[in-house]
Design a protein around this ligand. Structure first.
Ligand code: FRU
Length: 906
């Protein structure tokens, strides 16, 4: 806004400085001839006048006394876009059309000296030629005292001055009969032509008194010819023009070469003035006749003085003009300079303002920045405080965890000790042994985790110390592999050491390396499926030994590889756990100045590579220890326990017990619950959701215990699927979850789970829950066999009620059919024989055949009340193949024959 104002003021200033320019004019001047002094004087006069108007430009054309050339030149001038034409036509008639054309086109035409033969011109400026002729005639008469002979030399006869002057002379002489014009010669305004003509004529007139030449050049020529032809005679010569200057005819009069001359002004200044008046729309006269006078010995001195004065003044004027031009040029230059300076001044003002503005803005910004900086500083300090507090909090949490972990060690040891003791006592009861192994395995695992935490703490506080010894790495690895062999065997995992080295001494801390490789192997086993492979490659390269643990398990994503060794990193699939094992391993390996890297691709297995430097030189003397530290017992005990647990789980099922399906992905928990329920139930297990659901449809268990968090399909989805299917809708479902989360509880209830138990749970509570759920099922069977189930009956789902009603209707409609079998019923209900049997048994307490039989007997009882029907007919109508079979079955059920029963009832 501010700049716009400045620019506006500048424009005003420049506008004010600029002069008020007159309009520019282009004027064409067509001269019939420019070859003589008179014409030059005309042009000078014109230019002197135009010099007062510096907005005019004069285009000058010289036709060199050629009319055709002059016509052409005028055409050119018209085409060049002149605004006014000044013309002195060489001859009247040949020039008239083109001059008329210019005039009619609207271009003002100023005719000078010689006239056209038409009235179509804007103004005329020139001497009065008739008067010139007349004046000369009168003067001649007086000079010759009324008697004498004269010769006239004319200009171009077709040019107006020639004819007008001739006419004026004739008129003057007409009244002077004593004066005789003996000859009229055509000198065509040219000296040489005049001389030529006179030379021819003069000898014929030896008594000639006077020669009148119509212009000064011809007069000069006449004098020369007279001197040639009659050198002894004084013949008067009279000219026209009255040109001043050294070579003009005034000088000739003054010198006595010619007698007199008639003043014929060129009219250059006057023509220019008239032209400017026309162009500037000022008043002007159309006819501007210039006066004539005779110059002879009587007045020539004075006139010469005057003309000389005029010439000198003109010279002065010209000099002044030149100086003015020079001054003007200087002025122009200075004005230009002034503009430039002013421009520069203004630009510097603008730049100065901009700089000032920027300075102020900068100061403002700086002030803002400073205050922001202060704010940031305050915030940074606050953040630092918070970070420090957070650090302190983390530290104290970590300390707390370490301490508490430390506290765990004693009780864990106290658990592990007695358990080991009990296991050593060779307790025969396999269930007890199994549970003891489980306790041992999990207490061992807890101890391992606690130790890891403690190790970390030691590393962090720099308290951990290396105790390296020289060991055969190959033997060490073999030893380490031993405890994993049973698991590998059981899970059909190809687990082997691949090396070409018979032995290789490597210096390391056995305890630490044991932890490193145990960790890597545990991970490998965790993420490798049954029938997979885990290879350990040991090789040496240069000064290092390279140990690779390679598996073809679930692999590592790029993110896993990047985060594998970060503390507490928990991968999506492959690196799940506490997030401590691998970072700890790295710390241990790096203490040995070695490296550990992870490699692999998702679903394409993982390879962990440990590189350790060979030799002992890289260790400090205090790092060296006795090579007698054994590998930990813990590793052996858990892996063995795992294998044992798995093996023991294969117990023989007992078909008379209620069937329970356990769906749980944590194999330890699965084994534990299995052990808990074995003996009282037929236990079937599944470790993922999809397999669990398939099993449900296959075996139609009496009860399902299902974890919520499961791979493949979660517990909620399984429950929804079961409860929405006729085949399984009746099965009670207990959902187990580690998350004591009320929202999940609600979700569990929404999918119609029958019970929701949160981990950790009391085994007794679980067992009681199972028992009560199954007992409730039996209560529901109060929906007696013979009666339909109504909507108001509780305890059964809508699907189950529908099932019972459908089954009952189906059986009743086919009661008389002895071929009514479970298969045919199942087919009609869309269920397999087993599914129908299981469902019927679960809902109604007996098998499908029992139900059919009950319904037959119920109907038989009703029919027996009708005395019109024989026993045989009743047996037939209730689908018994014979009366005797009917009687046997009836008697078995009611303790009396149908016949007796009828008697009692009636
Ligand atoms: C010059 C001139 C003059 C004369 C005039 C007539 O060219 O011959 O001497 O007066 O022209 O047009």
């Amino acid at each position: 806004m501010r700049f716009t104002l400045i620019v506006f003021l500048l424009l005003m200033l420049f506008g004010g400085c600029a002069e008020k320019q007159e309009q520019d004019y282009v004027i064409g001047f067509s001269q019939c001839t420019g070859d003589d002094e008179w014409r030059r004087a005309m042009l000078d006069g014109m230019q002197r006048e135009f010099a007062f108007h510096n907005n005019t430009r004069l285009i000058f054309k010289d036709a060199h006394a050629n009319s055709r050339v002059q016509v052409k030149q005028i055409e050119e001038l018209l085409q060049s876009g002149i605004q006014l034409l000044i013309v002195s036509p060489n001859e009247s008639d040949p020039l008239t059309p083109v001059i008329e054309k210019a005039f009619k086109r609207g271009i003002p035409v100023v005719v000078v000296d010689r006239r056209t033969s038409s009235p179509y011109y804007t103004a005329y400026v020139g001497g009065d030629n008739y008067q010139v002729g007349k004046t000369v005639g009168d003067y001649t008469a007086a000079l010759l005292n009324g008697y004498g002979k004269i010769i006239e030399i004319t200009g171009l006869p077709r040019s107006s001055p020639a004819s007008d002057r001739h006419r004026g002379l004739a008129d003057a002489l007409a009244t002077r009969p004593g004066i005789r014009r003996v000859a009229t010669l055509n000198g065509q305004w040219e000296k040489d032509i005049a001389k030529k003509e006179l030379r021819k004529a003069l000898p014929r007139f030896p008594d000639i008194d006077l020669i009148f030449a119509q212009n000064e050049v011809m007069a000069m020529g006449a004098r020369e010819v007279c001197n040639e032809v009659f050198p002894d005679r004084k013949i008067h010569v009279i000219g026209v023009d009255g040109l001043p200057g050294q070579f003009g005819d005034i000088q000739m009069v003054f010198d006595g070469h010619i007698t007199a001359t008639a003043l014929y002004p060129t009219g250059g200044e006057e023509a220019a003035r008239v032209a400017m008046n026309i162009l500037q729309k000022q008043p002007y006269q159309k006819e501007n006749l210039l006066q004539t006078a005779i110059i002879d010995s009587s007045n020539v001195r004075m006139i010469k003085m005057q003309t000389d004065k005029v010439i000198s003044q003109q010279n002065d004027i010209e000099r002044q003009q030149t100086r003015i031009d020079e001054q003007l040029e200087i002025y122009q230059t200075q004005r230009g300079l002034l503009y430039v300076m002013t421009g520069l001044f203004i630009v510097s003002i603008i730049l100065g303002s901009v700089a000032l503005y920027s300075l102020i803005e900068n100061k403002k910004i700086n002030r803002e920045l400073n205050s922001k900086n202060k704010e940031i500083l305050v915030q940074r300090n606050r953040i630092q405080d918070i970070a420090e507090k957070a650090q302190e909090a983390t530290e104290s949490k970590f300390r707390f965890f370490t301490n508490i972990s430390h506290e765990f060690r004693t009780p864990l040891t106290l658990i592990l000790g007695p358990v080991e003791e009990l296991l050593r006592q060779k307790n025969e009861n396999p269930a007890v042994r199994k549970n003891l192994s489980l306790v041992q395995k999990n207490a061992g695992r807890l101890l391992w985790l606690v130790n890891q935490l403690m190790d970390f703490r030691k590393i962090e506080s720099g308290k951990i110390r290396l105790k390296v010894s020289g060991n055969d790495i190959v033997a060490f690895i073999r030893e380490l592999m031993l405890p994993f062999d049973p698991v590998a065997r059981k899970r059909r995992i190809d687990f082997r050491l691949i090396t070409t080295l018979p032995a290789l001494e490597v210096w390391f801390d056995r305890d630490m390396m044991d932890k490193v490789f145990f960790n890597l192997l545990s991970n490998a086993f965790k993420f490798t499926s049954d029938w997979g492979h885990i290879y350990i490659h040991v090789s040496s390269a240069g000064d290092s030994v390279i140990i690779k643990v390679q598996d073809n398990g679930s692999g590592l994503s790029e993110m896993d590889i990047a985060g594998a060794f970060e503390m507490f990193y928990q991968g999506k699939n492959s690196i799940k756990g506490t997030g401590l094992g691998l970072p700890l391993s790295r710390e241990f390996v790096e203490l040995h100045q070695g490296t550990i890297t992870a490699d692999g691709k998702k679903d394409e297995g993982a390879t962990f590579t440990v590189t350790l430097p060979l030799g002992v030189a890289h260790f400090q003397p205090e790092d060296i220890a006795d090579p007698a530290v054994g590998i930990t017992e813990r590793a052996v005990s858990w892996t063995t326990a795992e294998a044992e647990t798995e093996e023991q789980s294969a117990t023989m099922p007992r078909h008379d017990l209620p069937a329970v399906l356990l769906i749980e992905d944590n194999e330890d928990l699965l084994a534990f619950v299995t052990g808990l329920l074995q003996g009282q139930y037929q236990v079937t297990t599944a470790t993922n959701g999809r397999a669990g659901l398939d099993l449900c449809f296959d075996i139609v268990p009496d009860l399902i215990v299902c974890d919520v968090m499961l791979p493949g399909m979660d517990g909620l989805q399984i429950t929804t699927a079961l409860k929405g299917d006729m085949r399984t809708s009746h099965i009670p479902v207990i959902l187990l979850t580690a998350k004591n989360n009320p929202e999940q509880l609600v979700e569990g209830m929404q999918v119609r789970a029958d019970m929701y138990i949160t981990k950790p749970f009391s085994p007794q509570y679980l067992q009681e829950s199972l028992r009560s759920l199954l007992a409730n099922r039996l209560l529901v069977r109060s929906a007696q066999v013979g009666q339909g189930i109504t909507d108001t009956d509780t305890g059964l789902s809508r699907l189950d009620k529908k099932f019972i009603n459908q089954l009952r209707t189906l059986i009743l409609s086919r009661l008389a059919d002895p071929g009514l079998t479970v298969e045919s019923l199942g087919k009609e209900m869309g269920l397999s024989r087993v599914q129908l049997f299981r469902k019927t048994k679960a809902l109604l307490g007996g098998g499908t055949n029992d139900l059919i039989l009950n319904l037959r007997l119920e109907k038989a009882c009703i029919l027996l009340r009708n005395p019109d029907l024989t026993i045989a007919e009743i047996a037939d109508q209730t689908g018994f193949t014979s009366q005797s079979y009917f009687s046997t079955v009836f008697k078995n059920r009611f303790g009396t024959s149908p016949k007796d029963w009828r008697l009692v009832q009636s």
